[in-house]
Ligand binder design. Structure first.
Ligand code: GNR
Ligand code: NI
Length: 188
């Protein structure tokens, strides 16, 4: 297992169209493990293989939402007043994913991207989708998705086509975001 370097804009590799996975072998399992390790370390809720430089149609997602069944953990002495509910671990793997019948109604979500660090902007996408994908053994699955899962899967699927969330913004807003990122980098 290894944490891999995450490519950032304006790396031209992020614009590549990724190719389908054809061999479901141990090398694929190792890449998926590395992707999870890289995503959790970042931390992020999703990652496409091209973000670690592999132009293959592979996504990993873990929304890391609070576990509603678990009791809130005691803050102990530090008494910060936050609800320290443990997150529910839900690692999901999507190989050669497709989107079927996206809804006409849209939902807006403030998105971010590990390849466009520290920039956040509202993006409108179909609110619900049906997804089809393969698992590590090559078996096919289908599922209806909504909420953050639908948003995140569409964000990740965009990466497979070389599209970033800032490409959904007006040219003005995209240029403003890229300028801000440049400025943040210079300050660092
Ligand atoms: O960590 C991430 N958060 C996020 C928030 C809203 C919509 C999409 C995402 S995905 C992003 C990780 C990432 O860049 N995946 O490609
Ligand atoms: Ni992203």
């Amino acid at each position: 297992m290894a944490i891999r370097e995450i490519l950032e804009v304006p790396d031209p590799r992020l614009k590549q169209v990724s190719r389908p996975v054809e061999t479901f072998d141990d090398a694929l399992k190792t890449l998926v493990e590395d992707m999870f390790e890289t995503m959790y370390d970042a931390p992020g809720i999703g990652l496409a293989a091209i973000q670690v430089g592999e132009p293959l149609r592979i996504l990993v997602i873990d929304l890391q939402e609070p576990d509603e069944d678990a009791p809130a953990e005691d803050c102990g002495d530090h008494g910060c007043g936050h609800d320290h509910r443990p997150v529910k671990k839900d690692p999901r793997i999507f190989i050669n994913p497709e989107i079927l019948d996206p809804s006409e109604d849209l939902s807006v979500y403030q998105e971010g991207c590990l390849s466009v660090p520290e920039i956040y902007a509202d993006v409108e996408r179909p609110a619900t989708i049906r997804a089809r994908w393969q698992d590590l053994d090559g078996n096919t699955h289908e599922e209806d998705m909504d909420g953050l899962m639908a948003t995140c899967l569409q964000h990740e699927m965009d990466h497979l086509e070389g599209i970033l969330f800032i490409d959904h913004l007006s040219r003005l807003k995209r240029n403003m975001a890229l300028k801000k990122l440049e400025k943040l980098r210079k300050a660092a």
